[in-house]
Design a protein around this ligand. Structure first.
Ligand code: NAD
Ligand code: UDP
Length: 338
């Protein structure tokens, strides 16, 4: 299939493009490069042996979208394009609603004009309300406490309403848990700008000497070791989840929602110690106060995806850390160093 990948130069999108190519599909990347580097396209070619079409454009540019969908005879769309920093979304909510919600509306509008009705959307576990009822399943209560999370909830609701109005659409929302790791080739990985907000890239920068120590946000949570618990998923498994979702959804109308997670909760200290094993040294850390807005623990019940998509995670915690370390140590300054 010809697949338009919005945000395909980003962390998850680029690795998904490699997996799409390996499965015989033809990705067409549309990315504004607001949070990515053009070098990524070279890296995708290096890893997969095939250079994807790259269109530098904003997903809110309706005319470019329509033109791209037509010109490349697109069969289905995977919609990664979005801003994703929770703290920034609190400071600049208008940017997040415009980019993430308006972007999704323009995409639907352009797809309607061209007559394409299959869409896979990057949603997030952040759409779930805080609850002690773990693991989270697709029927768990939803509600979000950040503008970023609300953009994902709104987009899911818009897509659900589109399917209700025009039942021939097939729209799949994938609720990712915590993506980590890199492509095992070390050519593609996460390249955050500035101080990383997320745990794994921060640890990787400590390991490579760019930061002096990990600040662990809270050691008094009601978890086995007092630190926060999350469901980490290897980005390669996540990429494969998109292929499974496409296989399932293409030609199957409806609004589908799946958790993509491992089903296992891991603490900050467990992840830090696994990363230490991968890089062969113990990593410095200090305990800091809790980060405002953080939840103690959540993890996925991934059984719906196992049952219907025939997908489950294949890679271990040690794989996540080894691949992340290989990426970080071979690209200490991310794509800048190339
Ligand atoms: P990323 O920032 O690396 O990738 C997003 C890509 O979208 C970037 O390349 C960026 O340049 C592009 N983009 C943003 N706005 C755009 C626009 N208006 N038009 C065109 N391109 C645009 O992020 P990622 O980690 O790869 O995340 C991909 C998607 O998955 C995002 O929608 C994100 O919200 C969602 N998600 C990510 C995580 C995570 O922890 N990484 C977790 C849950 C959900
Ligand atoms: N965390 C931490 N130090 C950091 C970044 C994150 O202790 O520098 C903790 C955070 O409090 C949470 C876990 O690591 O318990 C995962 O945080 P991340 O931001 O990666 O994911 P999210 O909280 O969005 O699930």
């Amino acid at each position: 299939m010809n697949i338009l990948v919005t945000g395909g130069a980003g962390y998850i999108g680029s690795i998904t493009c490699v997996q799409l190519i390996a499965a015989g599909h033809r990705p067409i990347i549309l990315d504004s490069l607001v949070n990515a580097k053009a070098e990524v396209v070279n890296r995708i070619e290096q890893v997969s042996g095939q250079r994807p079409v790259f269109v530098q454009a904003d997903v809110r540019d309706r005319a470019r979208l329509v033109q791209t969908l037509r010109e490349h005879a697109v069969d289905a769309v995977i919609h990664f394009a979005g801003l994703k920093a929770v703290g920034e979304s609190v400071a600049q909510p208008w940017r997040y609603y415009d980019n993430n919600v308006q972007g999704s509306l323009v995409l639907i509008d352009a797809m309607r004009e061209v007559g394409i009705q299959t869409l896979v959307f990057s949603s997030s576990a952040t759409v779930y309300a805080e609850t002690l009822d773990q693991p989270l399943h697709e029927g768990s209560v939803i509600s979000s406490n950040s503008p970023y999370g609300r953009t994902k909830l709104m987009a899911e609701q818009i897509f659900s309403d589109v399917v209700a109005a025009e039942p021939t659409w097939s729209i799949t929302a994938l609720r990712y848990f915590n993506p980590v790791g890199a492509h095992p080739s070390a050519c593609l990985g996460e390249d955050p700008q500035g101080v990383p907000n997320n745990l794994m890239p921060f640890i990787a920068q400590v390991a490579v000497g760019r930061r002096s120590a990990l600040h662990i946000f809270g050691n008094d949570y009601p978890t086995p070791d007092g630190t926060g618990v999350r469901d980490y998923i290897h980005v390669m498994d996540l990429a494969d989840g998109h292929l499974a979702a496409l296989r399932y959804a293409h030609g199957r109308p409806g609004h589908h929602v799946f958790n993509l997670g491992s089903g296992r909760g891991l603490s900050v200290l467990e992840l830090l110690s696994a990363f230490g094993r991968a890089c062969g040294k113990s990593l410095p850390y200090e305990f800091s106060p809790r980060r405002p807005g953080d939840l103690a623990a959540f993890w996925a019940n991934p059984s719906l995806a196992e049952e219907l998509l025939n997908w489950r995670v294949q890679r271990s915690l040690d794989d996540m850390c080894a691949d992340s370390w290989r990426w970080q140590s071979q690209n200490p300054n991310g794509y800048e160093s190339s």
